[in-house]
Design a protein around this ligand. Structure first.
Ligand code: PRP
Ligand code: ADE
Length: 179
């Protein structure tokens, strides 16, 4: 790995076998959040990537809950706003909602109906892509609002689960890949 910043980030992702259920190898980002140097390196890398590819973005969209931890500092760095996509029943006012399945279970996601205007450009951010169910559901919500999705962006991609194939033609980028 040529980039020292990427090495710092990778060193702070911790594997836990059989969590939250047997057969799942959980990739824990808690050490990354605890280490300010590594966390800064992470946000630097994401900022560099996004600035290089997308000169004009209206919002970073972050997915409940770990996507909030990454998406809000990234949005601040870029000087743009942040839009939360939340698990069901947390957002007031009119919402769009969608149910989906993930590596360990099922859930429902919501976004406020007035969160973005038609045609506004968004990058959707989460910590991890496993089956891709969560990210695909978020894309569907943003499409309903007629946002232009520039990219889906994650720190960690679990390649063996082939989640990126669920995103069809939407550009996808991951910083770290695991089999
Ligand atoms: C995790 C992770 C992603 C999703 C990935 O979130 O943060 O959002 O699972 O899985 P998928 O690609 O199979 O859909 P989780 O729903 O566990 O919630 P959390 O962020 O609140 O821990
Ligand atoms: N979310 C879904 N699958 C996961 C995994 N293996 N590790 C961490 N978060 C996850």
């Amino acid at each position: 790995m040529s980039d020292e910043r990427l090495r710092r980030v990778r060193d702070r992702v911790r594997p836990f076998p059989d969590f939250p259920e047997p057969g799942v190898l959980f990739r824990d980002i808690s050490p990354l959040l605890k280490d300010p140097v590594a966390f800064r390196a992470l946000i630097d890398l994401l900022e560099d990537h996004v600035r290089a590819l997308y000169p004009k973005i209206d919002f970073i969209v972050g997915l409940d809950s770990r996507g909030f931890l990454i998406g809000t500092p990234l949005a601040q760095r870029l000087g743009i706003g942040f839009v939360p996509v939340r698990k069901k029943g947390k957002l007031p006012g009119a919402t769009e909602s969608i149910s989906y399945s993930l590596e360990y279970g099922k859930a429902e996601l919501e976004v406020q109906s007035d969160a973005v205007e038609p045609g506004q450009k968004v990058v959707i951010v989460d910590d991890l892509l496993a089956t891709g169910g969560t990210m695909r559901a978020a894309c569907e919500l943003l499409k309903r609002l007629k946002a232009e999705i520039l990219e889906c962006l994650v720190i960690i991609e679990l390649k063996a689960l082939k989640g990126s194939e669920k995103l069809n033609s939407i550009p996808f980028y991951s910083l770290l890949q695991y089999d």
